[in-house]
Design a protein around this ligand. Sequence first.
Ligand SMILES: [Zn+2]
Length: 454
Amino acid sequence: MRLTVYGAAGQIGGNKILLEGQSRVFLDFGVDFNTRSKYFSTFLQPRRFALVKDYIATGVLPSLKGLYEKDEPPFAEAVVITHGHLDHYGHASLLRPDIPLYMGETTRLLIKARENTKQKSPENLFNKNENHPVEVFRTSSKLVFEDAVIYPVHVDHSIPAAYGLVIETGEGVLAYTGDLRMHGPKSEMTHDFVEKCVKMNVETLVIEGTRVDETEVSTEDDVRKELTRVASEVGDRLVSVVVAMMDFDRLNTVLSVAEKLDRVVAISLHHANLLTTLKRGGARMNIPELRDEKLVAFLERRRTGTYSKTDYPSWQTELIEQIPTVGDEEIRRDQKKYLLVLSRAEDIIKLSDIEPAPGSLFILSTSEAHSEEQMLEEERIHNWVNLLNLRYKHIHSSGHAPQKDLIKIIEEINPRKVIPVHTLKPTLMKQLLNNSGLKPVVEEPVQGRAMDVF
Ligand SMILES: [Zn+2]
C-alpha cells in the first residue's frame, strides 16, 4: 500500500490523502486555502468554465486523470470525508460524480445547511446542478472497499460529527486522525478512537499536528468562565460574541452563559438556519430550540433597510416566518436584555444600527488570524471596534489537540510509523517523538510524493 499526501503536507488544511493499492481511496478532499490565496482573491477568481483547469494549473488541485472529468475510468473508488470543515471536504465538489463520497450523517446535514445560504455553485457539494451521490456512515459503520476496510470512529473537534478512520488493509492497519482534541467537552469520543486504534494494533498513524508547537491548553470550560466574567462586568451594555457557524460547543457555551446572566440570546440567521436544518434532518444531537423567552434570531436589515419581505433571500424569508426574531430597535432600547451572536467578525458593521452603549463588549470567540489576508481583516475589525466605542476581547478554545495531547495519543496508540499532516511543523513532531521513549519512525510527507504505508 502506498500513501500520497496531496494537501496538508507541511501545511494546515487542504487535506487530500490518497491510499493506493490495487484500487484507490482518498481520505478527505479539502480546499487548499494556502495555495488558493496565492493565486486567487475576491477580484481574481478562477474562470467558471475552467474551474478545474485553473485550479490544477495553480496547484490548488492535484493533476490526476480520471478524477474530475469522465474522460477515463474513474481514478478512485471512493472519497471518505472525516468532517464538515471546508479544508477537509470542500473540493470533493469538483470530483466526477461517479466517484462516491462517504461522510457522517450529521456532516451531510451540516454541509447542506451551510450551502442553503449560498448561491448555486459548482464548488458546492449539494446546491449545484448535478448532485453528487453521498453515502452516510456513523461510528458503528464498516466501509468495505477493494483493498481496505474503513472503520470510522467519532472524535471530538470544533464541529459535530467529526471522525477518525481506522483502516484495515491486507498489509496491516493504519489510522488517520482527521482533526481532533482531547481537551474538549466530548473528549470521551477521542478516547474511543484511540482505544479502537489500540485494539486493532494500528501500525501506521497519520496524525494532525496543527498545534504541535502549542503548550497552552484552554478548555471550553475556561471559555465559559471567562465569558461569564467579562459579560457580568459589562452592566447594562450590550454583549456581542462572534461564534463560528459550525462550532456547536461554543454556541452551547454562550447559551449557558446567557442563561446565567439572564440575557436572551439573539443568534444570526445563519446560526438559526443551521439549527432548524439539523432539527428537520433529524440529527442525533441536542439542538437548542428557538423560543421567545430564551433564544431568538437577530433580524438584520437588508437592501432597502425597511424589513420588507423582498429584501431577503428565499432561505431567510422562509426561516423568518418560522422562528422568533428581534430587530435592531428592540435590542437598542434594552441592551442589557440581549446577548448577540454573530457568525462572522465582519458582521460588526450590523452593530451600528443597534448603537451599542459605549463600552459594550465585542468578543471574538473564534480562532485567531493566521494568514496575511486574515490579519489585514483583523485590523479592519479593530478599526470598527474603536469606531463603535466597543471593548474587545478574544476568548477561545481550539478544536485541535496541543503538543502534550498529541504526544499522549501517539504514546497510547504506539504505532511503528507516524506520518504528521495538517501542520507547519512536522519536524518538531519528529524531534518530540525522538525524545520520548517510543521512537517510532516519523516520515514527513512531501506534497504529491508517494510513500510506503507500512
Ligand atoms: Zn477541522
